[in-house]
Design a protein around this ligand. Structure first.
Ligand SMILES: [Zn+2]
Ligand SMILES: [Zn+2]
Length: 338
């Protein structure tokens, strides 16, 4: 790609986040933001705490213009440019993968006969399977991001946020976003290919505006409150089924014990299975962010958030005994010991 081409690609990509407000595939889709605001107001009403002060608290500049939030915005615009310039040409589309999968399966197993399942059942099944597979795979990648040292160094960009707004979802290292993108392409491509193979042209999901119906409804019902200061809890029985916004806020706690839990996006069962589920009845985290000993970059600087985690990640790949300088372990408070 020549310089002029790169410039055009970069210019197109930097404008892309502005379209997120009208894109139902993005959590910043305007109806999702309004849905979150509506749920927050209803929650305040239910607790008889709907005051002007509480409403102002939702939109306080102290949070939205905090240095930490400014980095969220910078990453929001910088990442599409980095992806367009370096990664996009190498990425396969999920459609191409689905075609490849159906070709391989047809060749291996032969073309199956027509299914007896009615169309609406098939569509419901595909919608559900896609939702569960997406949720499980997002959990798995997130879980690995906390457990594999090199991935954890990259994932720290998301956790260094000191305040949270819906834009914090987009605060992640470009390499981590790439990993999530590849995961999405693999899951959608392989599953769609499998459904094409089994049921021929019936692999169509129930959707709203082209988005999985289940995910759409959950996003509308306050998905954006996960990254916010609205402490919205569910009853314990419901938190065993769905991760509440409060449970994800616990995941952003500066206490590492809480941070290394609640990896799920929507369903709680994956955390319950691996013993990492925490309930919101243990109370609000006192502080969001990372303790100083875990930080590998400045939580406010774009260049630092882009390059320092890669350096720390590369260091994490080097066996411990080969590292020349090993920082002395910081004093840990008992509450922060993993
Ligand atoms: Zn995390
Ligand atoms: Zn988060």
């Amino acid at each position: 790609m020549g310089f002029a081409d790169s410039w055009h690609v970069a210019l197109g990509a930097v404008r892309r986040p502005l379209s997120y407000f009208g894109d139902p595939e993005q959590r910043l889709f305007l109806p999702f933001l309004l849905g979150a605001l509506g749920v927050a107001v209803l929650a305040l009403l239910a607790h008889r705490r709907l005051t002007l002060r509480a409403l102002r608290g939702l939109l306080t500049p102290r949070v939205w213009l905090h240095q930490s939030s400014l980095l969220d915005y910078k990453l929001l615009f910088a990442k599409p440019v980095i992806h367009a310039l370096f990664f996009a040409p190498a990425l396969l589309s999920s459609y191409a993968l689905a075609l490849w999968t159906v070709g391989r399966l047809d060749a291996w197993r032969g073309v199956p006969g027509p299914t007896a399942l009615p169309g609406w059942q098939l569509r419901g099944l595909y919608t559900l399977v896609l939702f569960v597979a997406w949720d499980a795979s997002r959990f798995l990648v997130h879980f690995l991001a906390h457990k594999v040292p090199v991935l954890w160094e990259l994932h720290k960009v998301h956790h260094s946020a000191e305040v949270m707004t819906p834009f914090t979802l987009y605060r992640s290292h470009p390499l981590e976003s790439l990993l999530f993108k590849v995961r999405g392409i693999l899951v959608t491509g392989l599953l769609t290919g499998l459904f094409f193979h089994l049921f021929r042209l019936s692999a169509v999901q129930y959707d709203f505006l082209g988005v999985n119906a289940v995910g759409f409804v959950l996003n509308l019902l306050g998905g954006n409150l996960r990254h916010s200061h609205v402490w919205l809890r569910y009853p314990r029985w419901l938190e065993r089924i769905l991760i509440s916004p409060a449970q994800h806020q616990l995941h952003h706690s500066a206490v590492m014990e809480q941070c290394h839990s609640n990896y799920g996006v929507w369903l709680s069962c994956w955390d319950a299975l691996l013993g990492s589920l925490r309930f919101s009845d243990e109370g609000r985290p006192r502080r969001f962010g990372l303790p100083r000993r875990e930080l590998n970059h400045s939580p406010h600087g774009l260049a630092s958030a882009l390059f320092a985690p890669m350096w720390a990640g590369a260091r994490a790949l080097v066996p411990r005994r080969w590292r020349r300088t090993e920082p002395a372990p910081a004093q840990e408070s008992p509450a922060e010991t993993r």
